[in-house]
Structures are given as C-alpha cells and as structure tokens.
Design a protein around this ligand. Structure first.
Ligand code: UDP
Length: 235
C-alpha cells in the first residue's frame, strides 16, 4: 500500500445513491466494504462525512432561515451520516470510533486529536462528524483540517466523477481528464476541486488531494495501493 494513513472525504450526497434524499442502505454497505478492504491491509483510515443529503445551511438561508441556525442543522446532519456509516462499517466487522466536533456525548466521542491518532494506531476507523464545529465552513474544510491535524499522507475525495477535467464532463463531451495537476494550475484554470478555503488550506500545508470515483467498486483500494486512478493534485 502506498499510503499508510489516509483521510477519506465522502459527501453526504454520495450516500443518497439513487434516492433523492437521505441514506441509501445499499450504497452505505458498498462503501463500508470498500473501506474494510483497505483497513484490513493495515491502512489507517479516517473519514470526514458531509451532510448535504440531509441539510445544508446555505439552502436554509436561501429560504429565509438564519444561516448559523441552518449550519448547526447541517453539522448535525453530518453526525447522523457518521452514525449510519459507523453502523455499516461495524456490520462488516470493522472497529470504529465516531468523534464529533460538536459535543453530543451520548452518541459520539468529542474530537480529541491525540485520541483520534491512538484509535488509528490501534486499527480503528475514525469517523469525524460535525464538520469543523463552526458555521460558515464546509465539510471539505473539515476534511483538510482533520487530515493535517492527524498528519494524514493524503486526502482522498471520493466523488461520482473519476477525476478533475478541463471542463465539466457531464456537460462538455470534449472535456479531458488530468492524471496530475498542481494546486497553482487548478487555481489558474479556475477548476473546482473543493471550496477555496479548503483548497488553499491543503495547498499551504502541502497535503496532496486525490479526486476519484468512489462509486466504482475497488477504486478506493486501487487509489490507496498507488494505482493511477483519478486525479492527483500536488505542489
Ligand atoms: N457545516 C458547517 N460547518 C462545518 C461543516 C459543515 O456549518 O464545518 C454545515 C453547513 O451548513 C453545510 C452542512 O453542514 O452545508 C453540510 O456539510 P457539506 O455541505 O460540506 O456536506 P457535503 O456537501 O459534503 O454533503
């Protein structure tokens, strides 16, 4: 395996599968199996999960809701997804811990960096819920932040497209995929990998990002073992 400790970012929307809202149990168990495969190889796996399948603060605000209130709902949504993923992982026999950035002690441990690292060293998959714990941030920012804090080798952004393209491949049939691209080129070309806050945090801390198609079975294993899958963003 090329990477020893990874931070996997999964969007909330990815958990919907074919559904319009919420969690598709089949999709969840597919992800759990993919994660089990790499955990069994001794890769230390930390996961940040989004909440967009349940609630987004921005969407609430556009309907007249207080933004901070909406963001709190979004953060809670990530905890719900974290619990679902934890359950699916444990069904496959993987040991896990869920740590939340907002205190919700009956359902998740608080985020404690040293404890998270200890869990990883013991072979437990650590799921970080609650985003960064602050409104006006995204779970992409949480993913980069946690990856840096736990000293992950790489951040793996599992999406439904198989990498970064010159333009949106769902709209432009001439779009071509990058195997590698630098942080500077992503910014120069105006490509969208993560929101700006998350992306620059990753760049400043020299943390590479790999964007890949998480919905293709076995892809996660390939990425972690160093096969050329997806697009790698590097310095
Ligand atoms: N959120 C937040 N602070 C954070 C992370 C998330 O307030 O640090 C809220 C925000 O409202 C966001 C929602 O949680 O819209 C769900 O997160 P996100 O949109 O990043 O999920 P994804 O797009 O990955 O499903």
């Amino acid at each position: 395996m090329q990477y020893k400790r990874i931070l996997l970012k999964l969007s909330g929307e990815a958990l919907m599968g074919q559904k319009q809202y919420g969690i598709d149990p089949r999709r969840l168990s597919e992800y759990a199996n993919d994660i089990r495969e790499i955990a069994e190889k001794g890769v230390q796996v930390a996961i940040v999960i989004g909440g967009g399948n349940i609630f987004r603060g921005v969407a609430g605000a556009s309907n007249g809701m207080d933004r901070v209130q909406g963001d709190h709902m979004g953060m809670l949504a990530t905890v719900i997804n974290g619990l679902a993923l934890q359950s699916a992982l444990e069904n496959t026999g993987v040991q896990t811990r869920l740590q939340s950035a907002i205190h919700i002690n009956e359902v998740a441990e608080p985020f404690i960096r040293r404890r998270a690292i200890r869990h990883l060293e013991k072979g437990r998959v650590v799921i970080f819920g609650g985003g960064t714990g602050n409104p006006y941030f995204t779970t992409d920012s949480a993913a980069v932040l946690r990856a840096i804090e736990i000293d992950a080798d790489v951040i793996l952004k599992g999406t439904r497209v198989d990498g970064i393209y010159t333009s949106d491949p769902e709209k432009d049939e001439n779009a071509t995929k990058f195997d590698y691209i630098t942080f500077d080129d992503v910014l120069k070309k105006g490509l969208k990998v993560m929101d700006t806050t998350a992306f620059t945090l990753s760049q400043e801390n020299e943390l590479p990002i790999i964007v890949f198609d998480m919905n293709k079975k076995g892809n996660l294993y390939k990425v972690v073992s160093g096969e050329k899958v997806g697009t790698k963003v590097n310095l």
